[in-house]
Write a protein that binds this ligand. Structure first.
Ligand SMILES: Nc1ncnc2c1ncn2[C@@H]1O[C@H](COP(=O)(O)OP(=O)(O)O)[C@@H](O)[C@H]1O
Length: 204
């Protein structure tokens, strides 16, 4: 019952570069006080990334995932983090309560990546990643499908609606885990039935 010991959940926000992860994480952190852990920033701070060996793409950094987990593990054990990274399956399922896969229309993503002046090869790789739903499949492979949620972030108003939805989920999570797991046990005795009022409940 490691999950029940955390007073606040850990949320992974993942997706192809440019889909809007950091934007959502920053807003979510500002509104909820959860700690925004940007893997890009952590990798810089702890010097745990190296340049890509691809001479056409030296700006891409390869993060040492074992060292990243060493750096993150204490924070994750304590809960209350929003992890912002374009991969997700390295985070141990026992420490992850919700995985939000941010998605974006291809045309919009292309324009966002172009605005970042990505080299054509890198831009195309990221477009392919989004078209092939790589992060969504990775999330569904690595975690219980009930905790994986796909969120569109294309228009400005999507930012607020996604953050609101995650906030509601956090409120519910805290209610469910508020009495040192008593409610979780009750839920389990209830056969783990999903509450249809749960803001992350996926209908149909
Ligand atoms: N819902 C949205 N509507 C409009 N622009 C957005 C939205 N989400 C993100 N953006 C913009 O898209 C760009 C990439 O967003 P960012 O959060 O940095 O993506 P990521 O962290 O996934 O790489 C930024 O310029 C950001 O302002």
């Amino acid at each position: 019952m490691a999950q029940a010991l955390r007073k606040e959940p850990n949320i992974v926000v993942t997706g192809t570069p440019g889909v809007g992860k950091s934007t959502i994480c920053e807003e979510l952190s500002r509104k909820t006080g959860l700690k925004h852990l940007s893997v890009t920033e952590l990798a810089k701070k702890h010097n745990i990334s190296t340049s890509s060996e691809d001479p056409e793409d030296p700006s891409t950094r390869i993060v040492d995932e074992d060292r990243l987990l060493d750096v993150l593990e204490n924070d994750l054990e304590d809960g209350g983090t929003v992890i912002d990274w374009h991969a997700c399956d390295l985070f141990p399922p026992r420490l992850v309560d919700l995985v939000c896969v941010i998605r974006c229309d291809n045309k919009i993503l292309y324009d966002r990546l172009k605005a970042r002046s990505y080299a054509e090869k890198k831009l195309q790789e990221n477009m392919d990643c989004e078209i092939m739903e790589v992060l969504l499949l990775e999330a569904r492979d690595a975690y219980d499908s009930e905790i994986v949620v796909e969120l569109k972030s294309e228009k400005t108003e999507d930012i607020d609606s996604n953050v609101d939805r995650i906030e509601q989920w956090i409120t519910q999570w805290k209610k469910d885990h508020g009495k040192e797991g008593d409610d979780v046990k009750a839920q389990q005795q209830d056969g783990g039935k999903k509450d249809e009022d749960d803001p992350m409940f996926l209908h149909g």
